[in-house]
Design a protein around this ligand. Structure first.
Ligand SMILES: NC(=O)c1ccc[n+]([C@@H]2O[C@H](COP(=O)([O-])OP(=O)(O)OC[C@H]3O[C@@H](n4cnc5c(N)ncnc54)[C@H](O)[C@@H]3O)[C@@H](O)[C@H]2O)c1
Length: 717
């Protein structure tokens, strides 16, 4: 079956050709090699035909063309292979651009990467205003750059500044934004799309069916200057922005910038295309690109999963959500759920807390309204979805309740039992505990098959990860329901087994503790944090992370961890000292390792060294040692969590959870992908060295790491 159908259509007295993309057996259209071959064959025919116009559209609901086939890109390992594969695509887009008759693309739904490059090769572009319409060039997110002429055509169509914004950030635009920058000519209601296109086609034909090579015309003096004599400033500002955002860890946006700089205004298309191709080939074979594609697959994997292995079991829809506790987490959970259209009932013991939770949600939506992301009507509608109570009124109609009250086992058990009595027998309760045992807590529920953990990360509206904790008695249906709810809330769920720290905190704790040991051995806070951020690529260093978690919380959880694993967990003495100063609990008290002003990070608080009896830092170790001690400590623990305790099933979940829950650098592909890149044996050797040189038992390679090292085992084969 064909992926592209060529049909004809009469418009008035004229006949036009219609190319309809409809990849058989797939939900989305992709520009794979076979599809590109079909396109080429159609274009060969059209080149010599007498059709007045060519219309390009998709038969898939709410999808135009999602992009090139990423699997094909992943398979390319040499530059020659890349050049051979991509140059063909460039020629086909050139053929489309060079057709003798005008061409028009009708976009309803996702139009990304190669799909966007295809519409850029057309003369006219009309998009539907449907919310599924997202247009852009996200290639840099995968460590590559637009390779079918996108770097050359985008600036010509929308101008230099807008093209840089679209290409360097790799974000997709909605129809309104695409119209604003001139990426599409018209935006219409999806039901009117075809009729409107026909009218336009009639006009274009009546006007002589002329080709149009749209060239952006800057309006106003400033725009003219920026496109002309000041374009050098635009490029250097763009480079500065990329370096600031990526700390130099992502070469693709810089390569794209270089292509645009070299080809902007170039009239020799073949030469411009060869520059783009050479840069594309450089990027596509890098480990960084392969790692980013790995991360892309991990997120796609979650979209297809249900959280349970039995494919017959489906989660139940959660239309009414209960939230117990209107504090930091409860307020955040209520906001995110209502934002996605779920009706939320929040119960706290305090009216004040309820009022604060409502204010939190209102403030966040007000910000979105100010930025014109939502309108007044949507604001009111979202607000109306959150109600609060201090009793259990309304809980009979609730499908699932998230418990987010104080972190105390006895209180939680009691409140869970009370709540279960107020809800339907088939309703679910989940706990958001970060450190208590879900299995132990399930004893509070009279029907523990309806109980599980749903561990959000703070701040809830920003952090994408949710750990779905499967208790020993949780039923498959409960897990599938929680998993589905997390996805509905726009989160990335990962199913984990119960155990101290679940997955993410269990791996993070040795890393944070190691930073405290480095500090006690003479390293400065700035130097350690800088090494992690600038050299390794973490979004923040371990000291800033501890400040944001709360130093009291870190100590509390470390103690739980130490109790669970006394043979390998050491509590840094300075953390216990720190905990005594109630004014220094981190960001929440405006003082931790750093000083804060209304939550904004300032300088390191230099008085902390004296307070801890440390003297001036001498920075005795290299950045390499600082990074390896922390990161390898995580890998060490990961081997136990994965190989021994089976907290998650595969390295995929570890990588996804670490990226989504801690911001572990995506360009490294995740913790286990990174471990594979350096090798288990190297990690073991270094940990042996550090544990003996620094007299640190905690850094001794775990039995499972030793096993991996001796077998030269990789997490991914
Ligand atoms: N703060 C974090 O970073 C974070 C992250 C993940 C998980 N958690 C977990 O989430 C839970 C809540 O943490 P938080 O930081 O939001 O705490 P918080 O102190 O900000 O809020 C707790 C709220 O629960 C209310 N509450 C107490 N007893 C109650 C009861 N019987 N019924 C209803 N409400 C009651 C309190 O009035 C308070 O408003 C804890 O289990 C914590 O471990 C916290």
């Amino acid at each position: 079956m064909a992926a592209i159908n060529l049909t004809t259509q009469k418009i008035g007295a004229n006949e036009i050709a219609v190319l309809t993309f409809d990849l058989p057996g797939e939900k989305v259209n992709k520009l794979s090699s076979p599809v590109m071959k079909e396109l080429q064959a159609h274009l060969e025919k059209l080149k010599t035909s007498s059709y007045k116009m060519v219309l390009i559209k998709s038969a898939k609901p709410r999808i135009f063309i999602a992009g090139a086939d990423i699997e094909e890109i992943r398979q390319l390992t040499t530059k020659d292979q890349v050049v051979a594969a991509v140059s063909g695509g460039q020629s086909i887009m050139n053929m489309l651009e060079d057709l003798p008759m005008p061409t028009m693309a009708l976009v309803n739904g996702a139009c990304a990467g190669g799909g966007c490059e295809l519409i850029l090769s057309c003369d006219y572009r009309i998009a539907s205003e449907d919310s599924s319409t997202r247009i852009g060039l996200p290639e840099t997110q995968l460590g590559i750059l637009p390779g079918f002429g996108g770097c050359i055509r985008m600036p010509r169509v929308v101008g230099l500044q807008a093209a840089l914004d679209v290409i360097l950030a790799g974000k997709l635009l909605n129809a309104k934004k695409a119209l604003k920058i001139g990426l599409v000519d018209y935006v219409v209601h999806p039901n009117l799309l075809e009729g409107f296109a026909n009218q336009q086609i009639e006009k274009i034909i009546a006007d002589g069916a002329k080709k149009r090579r749209k060239v952006f015309k800057p309006r106003g003096l400033v725009a003219k200057l920026l496109e002309g004599v000041l374009s050098g400033v635009v490029f250097s500002k763009a480079k500065e922005g990329v370096l600031k955002a990526t700390k130099g860890h992502y070469p693709a946006p810089l390569a794209a910038l270089d292509v645009i700089k070299k080809t902007y205004g170039m009239s020799d298309r073949a030469k411009a295309m060869s520059i783009e191709l050479a840069h594309f080939a450089e990027c596509a074979v890098t480990d960084i690109s392969k790692n980013l594609i790995h991360v892309f697959y991990l997120t796609e994997m979650v979209k297809k999963q249900t959280g349970v292995s039995d494919s017959n079991i489906k989660g139940k829809p959660v239309k009414h959500l209960g939230v117990l506790g209107a504090g930091t987490m409860g307020g955040g959970i209520a906001y995110v759920a209502a934002d996605k259209g779920v009706d939320v009932r929040v119960k706290d013991i305090s009216h004040d807390a309820n009022a604060k939770a409502l204010k939190h949600a209102r403030d966040l939506w007000a910000k979105l309204m100010k930025k014109k992301v939502i309108d007044n009507y949507q604001f009111t509608q979202k607000m109306s979805l959150v109600s609060t109570t201090v009793d259990f009124s309304g809980f009979k109609s609730i499908d699932l309740t998230v418990e987010a009250i104080v972190e105390n086992m006895d209180i939680k058990k009691k409140v869970i039992a009370q709540t279960a009595a107020e809800m339907r027998n088939d309703a679910i309760i989940v706990t958001n505990t970060s450190s208590l045992s879900v299995n132990e807590m399930s004893a509070g529920h009279p029907r523990p098959q309806y109980f599980a953990g749903m561990h959000f990360f703070s701040p809830v509206h920003k952090m994408p990860l949710v750990e779905v904790i499967r208790g020993e008695k949780s039923s498959d249906e409960t897990i599938a329901t929680v998993f589905e709810l997390a996805k509905k809330m726009g989160k990335m769920p990962v199913v984990v087994k119960d155990g101290p720290g679940f997955l993410v905190n269990r791996l993070l704790l040795p890393y944070m503790a190691e930073a405290a040991f480095l500090l006690s051995e003479g390293m400065s806070i700035e130097k350690v944090d800088r090494a992690y951020v600038h050299q390794f690529g973490m979004p923040m260093g371990p000291f800033e992370l501890m400040d944001s978690v709360g130093l009291d919380v870190c100590v509390k959880v470390l103690n739980i961890f130490k109790k669970a694993y006394p043979d390998r967990v050491e509590m840094p003495a300075l953390m216990e000292k720190l905990e005594k100063n109630k004014n220094r609990m981190g960001q929440k008290t405006n003082l931790g390792f750093y000083k804060y002003n209304d939550g904004r990070k300032g300088e390191v608080d230099q008085s902390i060294y004296t307070e801890l009896g440390l003297g001036n830092p001498t920075n005795p170790y290299s950045d390499q040692e600082c990074i390896e001690r922390g990161v390898f400590a995580m890998v060490n623990e990961c081997c136990l969590a994965l190989d021994q305790d089976r907290i998650v099933e595969t390295p995929n979940e570890v990588d996804l959870a670490m990226i989504m829950g801690t911001g572990f650098p995506p360009f490294r592909g995740g913790l286990t992908k990174y471990a594979d890149s350096v090798g288990a044996n190297y990690i073991k050797t270094q940990l042996d060295k550090y544990s003996s040189e620094r007299k640190a038992n905690r850094l001794k390679p775990s039995s499972k790491l030793v096993e991996r090292a001796s077998k030269k085992a990789k997490f991914y084969n």
